[in-house]
Design a protein around this ligand. Sequence first.
Ligand code: SF4
Length: 365
Amino acid sequence: MKVTFPHMGNLWIVLKTLFTHLGLDVVVPPPCTKRTMELGVRYAPESACLPLKVNLGNFLEARELGADTIVMAGGVGPCRIGYYAAVQHEILKDLGYEFDMVVFEPPDVHFSEVWDKIKYLNRRPWQEGVRGVILAWQKACAIDALEQQLHRLRPLEEKPGQADLIFRKALEKIDEANDRRSIKRVYKEAESELNNIHRRSINPLRIAIVGEIYTVLEPLVNLDMEKRLGRLGVEVVRGLFISRWINDNLFKGIMPLPNHHPEKTAPPYLNHFVGGHGWDSVGDAVAFSRSGCDGVIQLAPLTCMPEIVAHSVMPSVQQDTGVPIMTIYLDEQTGEAGLQTRLEAFVDMIGRQKNNSLNKGIINI
Ligand code: SF4
């Protein structure tokens, strides 16, 4: 069995660690590129969600490397996530590729199925599997903590790109690390290198990124938005990280991570789950606006129903908090020049708003 999975930001490091400890032969899909997107777009229905298309491209590229089994997350609720795996499986079959698909539904809905699938995949004593879960979790936390420092540093560094280089090298070492001590050492080394970067003394704008998980975490899909904002002198903050997703969905919030509770922050704008990350997007937009962010950017795949619902209440959030919110829908047609222009205009506008606090009020976008 040669296992592969969807590529989403740095999630591959976490999944590779976990599956390796389960005793599986792991085929990491190559990083998402234009080719990945083109492959997915060529074979997926035009109206399918963008993540479905890119993931299909991941599977086709992994197939070229010998993968024969796909492990992915399923979903329940009002949006199309529940059909994802079945649609992809049929497309791959039509193309003549026989993949075994193992789809994990949320554990609170189908716990016994989740357990059966873990048993199906596991090739080693269960203690080794537990060790893999712990190690994967520690890697997720280290990556996310370093990424937050990267977000803080990007707008400040005198020589742009240094922090990204340190982060990339740290990712390689975290991938290779095989115990907690090694992860800690890599983290400390990277942290000290980041601290030694020469900084400009400016007070950067802070923009929160909220939205659908794939568009937020995968740089190919959002055209490296965080890096672009960093270059425009913006510190990016976000609540959506791999560790948060694992904690919220798999560990049921038992780990001591910063709390994000859409059930507390999203009402009265949105009072219940609407599928995907729509509720979280509203909750995070409210929380970040109230905690001093200068602007919020909501990211969504074109036609993503939960984010469309979230988008519909963002004007009220903006009106009540006075913090500008811009929604960006992304698909395979999204062009770099258009996106850059929108980001520059947004940053320019919130910069002026900040400089003229008397004028702080509603801004229509
Ligand atoms: S959350 Fe949005 S992008 Fe994801 S499956 Fe649902 S509709 Fe598609």
